[in-house]
Ligand binder design. Structure first.
Ligand code: ATP
Length: 325
């Protein structure tokens, strides 16, 4: 094990994706034969944990030798899926000691129907064990450099643990997906907020923004330090509280021009690459400023790899597969 590795905890969801492809979506009462079926390990929490682990080392490097250690914190059911799921996470280098296995509960499941010709999907999510991570439970261990959150666990769990992580001096990163309105306390002292366009509009309350600066300003006024708005094929906008206080504009980084196959997982890859950069800085810091520009540029390049391959977790690259600046 590398001495004093940077520790990332991802406090979030684990879902099994059951994906069927169909020529068309069946009507009520109708049975159709699907053209393919696949089981995938997913959930935003698990996907982002895998992204953190892969993006912290090269494909052939053991996670123990990496300078970053990644912990998944959440719950699965003691059912037919959990052993395979946890084994896959371990295989990717994610520590799963803090994933609870709940007797009598089911692992979260997303039943996904994909209409082949349009690529449109219909998704039904059963939270299962994710929904059992309840109340004001302390899931932060205290040795983390970074704690990464999404909103697929009950919101009170997320809010409580964001506060604990902040109080213990960890860098907090929130990717508020799926977006639900949050109380102001969610943003107070939040170091990094990472939203896509839809989440940015819903959470800022600005439906038709005239500029991303305007949207970022709302989050900064609520107490966020670094606001990152991912804009799909357009790239990324980001702005800091410091820029805001100095009346400077935020920055825009265009997406890389690549051949897009499937954008699923792009946001999770971006989150993983960015989180690893924050964790490395936090472990080394000693007074140096966080190089936000470099972290964003790196995450943008990492996410551009994901869109060139099909699948969610399967398209997340390892660090050595991300092109150099
Ligand atoms: P998803 O839910 O599909 O995982 P998201 O909606 O959370 O993604 P996006 O804003 O769509 O996030 O994409 C995240 C990042 O992925 C972008 O900021 C960019 O870096 C990269 N990306 C997305 N789409 C493209 C594209 N078409 N070409 C190149 N890069 C892309």
């Amino acid at each position: 094990m590398t001495p004093n590795p940077a520790i990332i905890s991802v406090i979030g969801s684990l879902n099994v994706d059951l994906v069927s492809r169909t020529p068309r979506i069946p009507h009520a009462g109708e049975t159709l034969t699907s053209t393919s079926f696949a089981i995938g390990w997913g959930g935003k929490g698990a996907n982002q944990a895998v992204a953190c682990a892969r993006l912290s080392r090269s494909r052939n490097q053991a996670q123990n030798d990496a300078d970053v250690q990644v912990r998944m914190v959440g719950a699965v059911g003691a059912d037919e899926f959990h052993a395979g799921f946890l084994a896959a996470l371990r295989e990717d280098g994610v520590n799963v000691d803090r994933v609870q296995i709940l007797e009598g509960k089911k692992t979260g499941v997303a039943v996904i129907l994909v209409e082949t010709h349009s690529g449109e999907n219909r998704i039904l999510v059963f939270p299962g064990a994710n929904g059992e991570v309840k109340g004001k439970r302390d899931l932060v261990e205290g040795d983390e450099g970074v704690v990464l959150f999404q909103l697929e666990l009950p919101v009170e769990v997320v809010l409580h643990n964001m506060k604990i992580a902040r109080d213990r001096g960890a860098e907090t990163i929130l990717n508020p997906a799926p977006a639900i309105p949050l109380p102001n306390e969610a943003y107070q002292g939040l170091r990094h907020l990472m939203v896509n366009e839809t989440e940015a509009a819903l959470l800022s309350g600005i439906e038709n923004p005239t500029s991303w600066d305007e949207v970022a300003a709302v989050f900064i006024s609520r107490g966020v330090e670094n606001v990152i708005i991912t804009l799909g094929g357009e790239g990324v906008f980001y702005k800091t509280a410091k820029q805001q206080s100095e009346s400077q504009k935020g920055h825009m980084v265009p997406a890389l021009k690549v051949k897009v196959v499937d954008t699923t997982g792009a946001g999770d890859t971006f989150a993983g690459a960015y989180t690893v950069a924050v964790a490395r800085w936090k472990a080394m810091a000693q007074g140096a400023d966080f190089d936000l520009d470099a972290a964003i540029a790196h995450a943008n390049r990492a996410a551009s790899m994901t869109v060139q391959k099909a699948g969610a977790q399967s398209s997340i690259p390892w660090a050595n597969e991300v092109p150099e600046a």
